[in-house]
Design a protein around this ligand. Structure first.
Ligand SMILES: *Cc1c(COP(=O)(O)O)cnc(C)c1O
Length: 341
């Protein structure tokens, strides 16, 4: 966080304040019924479409709250981050929309495709070092040397509060929801969403979902403290990465507010992406499809009758999705709404 002023905790009031602050930049997304998943599970399943954010993922919520919480002077000096994925894109987008300038630090290991996607946002790129850790160190150095404000993807209370606005919207649209299913990586999204939802309705279950390989938050909760995990490539690439050993908020918030984290494997993620494509007419990246995978796979009885799935993002390579869709053409649930006779 900027100028070393660490917040101690994230409060419900911070989420309400975030909602007003980000209204001009982050969209209020719809919660649409899924006829196919409702028919398949016998419940009422609705989909929270974060794919409709301008950057294609929910990350714009937290980025907007963090950047707009800065003083005018700090915003004018510029912001810096070290995420190459949806967070980096969101910070660059928000900076450009709010009269700031974003610098994104990336290691030399990062793929050309990701660099091109970041370049397209108009941010300043610093390509140095050989790991995500070194990129983070460079961001901290730019904070010291150039007075830039770090917008941290994990240890930032304003980012978590911004993500929590999704929970407020969800409750307004589906007050009687029994279970909300949310993808988990660093845990900022589910922390904010769970705080908002449990405050209004402690009986609503908040279920996290991660891929079964390298699930840092799951392993950390099992161990009782933040632990390092080996990164393994996954279709859910936006869920890869750790939760930081000096995790300040999300580890404790997940421990206190989240009921369970479900793990899904690569085949289940692929089928969920294919289901979304064929039956929902939705393009989802692997991470964004994990709640569908969890619903199809897990013991549905635990989820209750009214279920909301947070579909977090759509950053998937078209050729990858086409391949998955064709491979799983016949393995997915028939669309309940397909051409009534
Ligand atoms: C970042 C991201 C997640 C995970 O969010 P965390 O706050 O890191 O847990 C899930 N899905 C998508 C598409 C993301 O970009």
């Amino acid at each position: 966080m900027a100028n070393g002023a660490q917040k101690v905790t994230v409060r419900l009031a911070d989420i309400f304040a975030a909602r007003a602050r980000i209204a001009g930049i982050a969209r209020r997304t719809p919660l649409v019924p899924s006829q196919a998943l409702s028919a398949r599970t016998g419940g009422e399943v609705r989909l929270k479409l974060e794919t409709l954010q301008d950057t294609g993922a929910f990350k714009v919520r937290g980025a907007a709250n963090a950047v707009l919480s800065l003083s005018d002077a700090a915003r004018a000096r510029g912001v810096v981050t070290y995420s190459t994925g949806n967070h980096g894109r969101a910070v660059a987008y928000v900076a450009q929309r709010s009269g700031s300038q974003a610098t994104v630090c990336v290691s030399r290991q990062v793929t050309q495709g990701k660099i091109a996607a970041l370049e397209a946002t108009g941010c300043r790129l610093r390509i140095e070092g050989n790991s995500q850790d070194e990129a983070a160190q460079l961001a901290a150095q730019l904070e010291r040397d150039e007075g830039l404000s770090v917008i941290d993807p994990i240890n930032d209370a304003d980012v978590i509060a911004g993500h929590g606005t999704l929970g407020l919207e969800l409750l307004e649209d589906m007050a009687e929801v029994d279970t909300v299913v949310v993808p988990v990586s660093g845990g900022g999204l589910i922390s904010g969403v769970a705080l908002a939802i449990k405050a209004a309705n402690p009986d609503c279950r908040v279920v996290g979902v991660s891929m079964d390989r390298g699930a840092a938050m799951f392993e950390s909760q099992t161990a009782g403290e933040p632990v390092l995990v080996e990164e393994v490539t996954s279709l859910a690439d936006s869920l890869q990465g750790g939760i930081l050993l000096d995790n300040k908020y999300s580890f404790a918030m997940v421990r206190d507010f989240v009921d369970e984290i479900v793990l899904v494997d690569e085949d289940q993620i692929a089928r969920a992406m294919a289901h979304a494509y064929w039956n929902e007419r939705l393009i989802l990246e692997g991470a964004g499809a994990t709640p569908i995978a969890a619903l199809i796979t897990a013991d549905r009885a635990k989820f209750g009758e009214r279920i909301a799935l947070v579909l977090t993002g759509n950053a998937v390579d078209g050729a990858v999705l086409a391949d998955i869709a064709l491979r799983h053409r016949h393995a997915v649930a028939p669309a309940a709404h397909s051409r009534a006779a």
